[in-house]
Design a protein around this ligand. Structure first.
Ligand code: ATP
Length: 235
């Protein structure tokens, strides 16, 4: 479904990604782990058209998208739930969901999808008329995921969805992501915490200094001594 081929990204003179290659099959749950500054966010931004690559290719369902606009990439079926949620504090929950459907003309279907998001997140329904600045961090994360779902993605990319959330809320967010995956959406989840990501993923990639240091089945990486030492805090 997604194939990233020898992708490199730079910010001026700073090389953020070096010759990254990875694939995601339809229906897969893939985790991307790595320390601060490893390049995880840059990889998601390159796939979604926010940071055009310096070199390399991104192929989605057979189409090259590395030079496509963000809007074209969303229409192709990739949604990006960004780091720090990027929620607008003065806009209501309902308006966020409508913004997620930007560009869709099928008004009735959009209304149905909003109801579907409310069914997944009953708390979001309760708060639908509230401006998002008044919501808790966990509720804002639910709105950010709901907004991403409004484009009906085939691939949902999530950048550290659990950052700053209380353990109980993290569990709820993970449950929701698993449910979205079970419904047939492929997932690419960035996480600094391997302990949070690996138990739920099919496969995982470890990014270090802009390169892929390790890759494999998530359950194998959970047993990998280097991963245990560096990302699971085990000796
Ligand atoms: P984090 O977990 O802190 O978000 P990350 O793994 O997502 O880290 P990136 O944010 O992709 O890493 O950053 C990769 C590298 O690119 C880092 O060295 C970072 O300092 C650099 N970088 C990121 N954004 C910019 C920018 N806008 N301008 C210059 N350098 C940047």
């Amino acid at each position: 479904m997604l194939s990233v081929e020898s992708l490199s990204c730079r910010y001026g003179g700073v090389v953020a990604l070096r010759q990254i290659s990875l694939t995601i099959a339809a229906g897969e749950f893939v985790a991307l782990i790595g320390a601060n500054g490893a390049g995880k966010t840059t990889l998601l931004r390159a796939i979604s058209g926010l940071t055009p690559p310096y070199e390399g290719r991104v192929i989605f369902n057979g189409q090259p998208i590395e030079r496509a606009s963000c809007a074209q990439i969303v229409r192709a079926g990739i949604a990006h739930c960004p780091e720090e949620r990027k929620i607008w504090p003065h806009i209501t929950v309902q308006e966020h969901l409508r913004l997620g459907a930007f560009g869709r003309k099928d008004t009735k279907e959009v209304a149905r999808d909003i109801d579907r998001v409310y069914a997944i997140f009953p708390k979001v329904l309760e708060r639908r008329k509230q401006v998002c600045g008044t919501l808790s961090g966990g509720e804002q994360q639910m709105v950010a995921i709901g907004r991403a779902l409004m484009s009906r993605p085939k691939l949902l990319m999530l950048d550290e969805p659990n950052l700053g959330l209380a353990p109980l809320v993290v569990e709820q967010v993970i449950d929701v992501i698993r449910a979205i995956h079970r419904d047939g959406t492929s997932i690419l989840m960035v996480e600094q915490s391997a302990a949070l990501a690996l138990p739920h993923a099919d496969r995982a990639f470890v990014l270090e200094n802009g390169s892929i240091a390790k890759q494999g089945r998530a359950r194998d990486l959970l047993q990998d001594p280097d991963v245990k030492r560096a990302y699971l805090g085990e000796e």
